[in-house]
Design a binder for this molecule. Structure first.
Ligand SMILES: Cc1ncc(COP(=O)(O)O)c(C=O)c1O
Length: 383
């Protein structure tokens, strides 16, 4: 966030900046959804909805799971929330008490730690490297489990690594956690944005898993603040009461409009956008490798590449604050903004940067050109 502010300041002073730091799609809601929102506004459908969301939307989400993934998810197990953020707050509030511990991958989405801390809970980051696709393993979870541990929260596809967890590993992890009476939460906010295989859901593996999802990414609706939870039935009453007390309901207009997300024409638009993102990934991975960045696991989802700077800046890569310094210099000297690994955890975070391809191909090409020229001018591998 500090670097993004710095980038904005540079832009205000007239510099051109290529933003590869962005965590939201560069497209917006499908036209049918915009039309449905306009109609809902005109019809005055702006009153509170039930705290768990409208029955129509819960039914539509349920039908989507059946059509797309062949998984039965009863509408009664779905809670509509204010984005995946709202879903994370509700779930963690329901599941964690003061002093309880949550296990998280390192690297992972930083807000999860902050939500747990806000609740007075503890969190523990478990190192995840390329060997495990930057995802938690059953062994690591078992070794870390303590009397305070209540469960694990992972993301698949992950922010910042863009990698999905393999089904066998997730099944093994669930076995160990459920045997200890713990919970498994899988953040599937980037579901739908996968490039090498069909999108899937952890729900097809085990109905005891709870998933978090959102209209923000695949449907391009970040500012609409709409997401959902699928949870075991026995959690729903608590989630409903928390939702009633914390924010009453998710935005009504967004809920009415989101029904149009599941129409074939909207899904076709989203699939086109996914294809565009795939083309960008397929351009950027070899281009970055060509510059000397290490990409030990080809990301198969989301719109992020977690790249090792060891090959382009080896004297910074192992130094305290290394990837932050690298990102700051790249921004100021070459006008390319990306995110240092430090934002996502501690494990080897000096070596890594997150590069987002949620920007046009033209911008990506220009960013690669600038980065290459900058590395050349400061002596490749010696910056
Ligand atoms: C992994 C992950 N989870 C949750 C969120 C929150 O998204 P939203 O509240 O917009 O649905 C984000 C946002 O970038 C994210 O990357």
């Amino acid at each position: 966030m500090e670097l993004v502010k710095e980038a904005e300041q540079l832009e205000r002073s007239g510099r051109s900046i290529m933003h590869l730091s962005i965590g939201e799609p560069d497209f917006t809601a499908p036209p049918a959804v915009v039309g449905a929102a306009q109609a809902a506004l005109q019809q005055g459908r702006s009153r509170y909805t039930p705290a768990v969301g409208t029955l129509e939307l819960r039914r539509a989400i349920s039908a989507f799971y059946q059509q797309r993934f062949g998984v039965d998810v009863e509408p009664e197990r779905i809670v509509v929330t204010a984005g995946a953020s709202g879903a994370l707050v509700l779930l963690l509030s329901a599941l964690l008490d003061t002093g309880d511990e949550l296990l998280l991958p390192d690297p992972s989405y930083p807000c999860n730690r902050h939500i747990a801390s806000t609740l007075g809970a503890r969190w523990r980051l478990l190192a995840c490297g390329p060997h495990d696709r930057f995802q938690l393993t059953a062994e690591a979870v078992e070794a870390a489990w303590s009397a305070r541990t209540r469960g694990v929260l992972i993301g698949s596809p992950s922010n910042p690594t863009g990698t999905t967890i393999n089904a066998g590993n997730l099944a093994a992890l669930c076995d160990r956690v459920f045997a200890r009476g713990g919970f498994v939460l899988v953040d599937e906010i980037y579901q739908g944005l996968t490039y090498d295989h069909a999108a899937n859901t952890a729900l097809s593996l085990d109905p005891r898993i709870a998933v978090i999802n959102s209209f923000s990414k695949y449907f391009g609706m970040t500012g609409w603040r709409l997401g959902w939870i699928v949870a075991p039935r026995e959690w729903i009453g608590t989630l409903e009461r928390l939702s009633q007390n914390l924010y009453l309901c998710a935005p009504a207009i967004a809920q009415h409009a989101a029904l149009a997300c599941f129409e074939p024409e909207s899904l076709a638009v989203c699939e086109q956008q996914r294809e565009e993102l795939r083309l960008r990934r397929d351009y950027l991975v070899p281009a970055l490798r060509g510059l000397g960045f290490g990409i030990p696991v080809v990301p198969d989802g989301a719109f992020y590449i977690y790249a090792d700077i060891g090959g382009v800046a080896h004297d910074l890569a192992d130094r305290r604050g290394g990837s932050t310094q690298f990102a700051r210099r790249l921004l100021n000297e070459a006008g390319v903004c990306l995110v240092p690994g430090k934002d996502f955890g501690d494990f080897e975070s000096e070596r890594y940067v997150r590069i987002s391809y949620a920007t046009s191909m033209q911008h990506l090409q220009e960013a690669v050109r600038r980065t290459g020229a900058w590395l050349g001018s400061c002596g490749q591998a010696r910056c």
